[in-house]
Ligand binder design. Sequence first.
Ligand SMILES: Cc1cc2nc3c(=O)[nH]c(=O)nc-3n(C[C@H](O)[C@H](O)[C@H](O)COP(=O)(O)OP(=O)(O)OC[C@H]3O[C@@H](n4cnc5c(N)ncnc54)[C@H](O)[C@@H]3O)c2cc1C
Length: 400
Amino acid sequence: MAISIIIEKCTGCSLCVKACPFDAIRVMDKKAQIDLNKCTLCGACKDACKFKAVLLEKTPAKCDLPDIAGYKGIWVFIEQKNGKVQSVSYELLGKAHELSKKLGCQVSGVLIGNKLEDQLDELIFCGADNIYLVEDPELANFQDEPYTNILVELIKKHKPEIFLCGATNIGRSLISRVAINIKAGLTADCTGLDIDPEKKILLQTRPAFGGNIMATIISPNYRPQMATVRHKVFAPMAADKKRKGKIIKESFDSSLYASRTRLLDIVEEIESTINLSEADIIVSGGRGLGGAENFKVVEELAHVLGAAVGSSRAAVDSGWIPYSHQVGQTGRTVAPKIYIACGISGQIQHLVGMQSSKIIVAINKDPEAPIFKVATYGIVGDLFQVVPALTQAFKSALRK
Ligand SMILES: Cc1cc2nc3c(=O)[nH]c(=O)nc-3n(C[C@H](O)[C@H](O)[C@H](O)COP(=O)(O)OP(=O)(O)OC[C@H]3O[C@@H](n4cnc5c(N)ncnc54)[C@H](O)[C@@H]3O)c2cc1C
């Protein structure tokens, strides 16, 4: 695109100056001048100009679009750690299975590692129609370069239409490399996936602009359409032991396994508290607690329920609780059976991290707080009265 002012038509009226959100236009000698370093070609000035003095020309992109006709099927990267398939992979297989019905295609998992055969049946029971299996002692643990090289080769060979991967530490590192390599688009951290009923392309929904809007992103011209999804955003499908699938073993020249990095050791993180992502019940506290010392109100309820303690970012930013407890867009995504939000307003950035919870209980003194829109049960009241009362009630109920 290119932009210019048609000098003969410009009257120097300044309407374009006022309309420009990027402060890119000045009027000098009664003629508008555009600072191309600031201009983003948004077109606001063109719309504002009554004299049709702004020329915004669209130049066709000079790139040849690839042939995407032969791409078919949905693939899921099956993440394994220490030889154990990670739960995010089952969640993605479940979603892929659902999407495949709308596309009339098959779902394939790609599993790279060593000695993984005992887990193949479960992957098929949980949504995979095919498993591409690449095994080698050298591939036992994830390493960026060999895993990237293998995925790139497999994608070039089999041409999947959609490729899904967990937005985990491994997934994020791996899939961006793959996308660059095969020149495909990649939508990170999706919170929703669907198929456009007419165009049959993947609709990839994720928070944008700091979580203030939900954007639906499409990749119409390149394949595969690639997306990452965080742990716990989707639920796995119930295992169907009657499902049958195909195992396709692939092997490659060992030169493909070359890596500039070397894995020295794997050190397990030891969590002293209940792991937030795995907890069935989470009791979370927000700014409404008013101070670090008041987190004990939340902790006492969590203790009685055998729950993990979560928090909003406001509480973390205030230094009341460590970041590892933060739930939300820039914290953990959780989907427990019960999520109890105490003194949390329910801004979108918090909601995207917990709204898949089965039951949401919100305690807030403001009846208009947005958290009540997603809550299964809402308690309007002072948390310093409500939460201790709940703790007492659960204590005696659970004692019986
Ligand atoms: C890019 C970006 C990323 C972000 N990521 C995250 C994220 O990952 N997680 C996250 O949580 N936020 C995130 N935020 C911040 C988010 O926008 C909110 O600022 C934050 O969630 C607010 O936290 P809060 O609900 O605890 O505080 P507030 O919004 O201040 O709400 C406090 C609530 O407590 C209630 N209250 C006060 N006193 C009491 C009482 N005695 N009893 C009962 N209720 C009471 C109030 O009515 C109010 O509703 C992010 C923001 C941005 C811009």
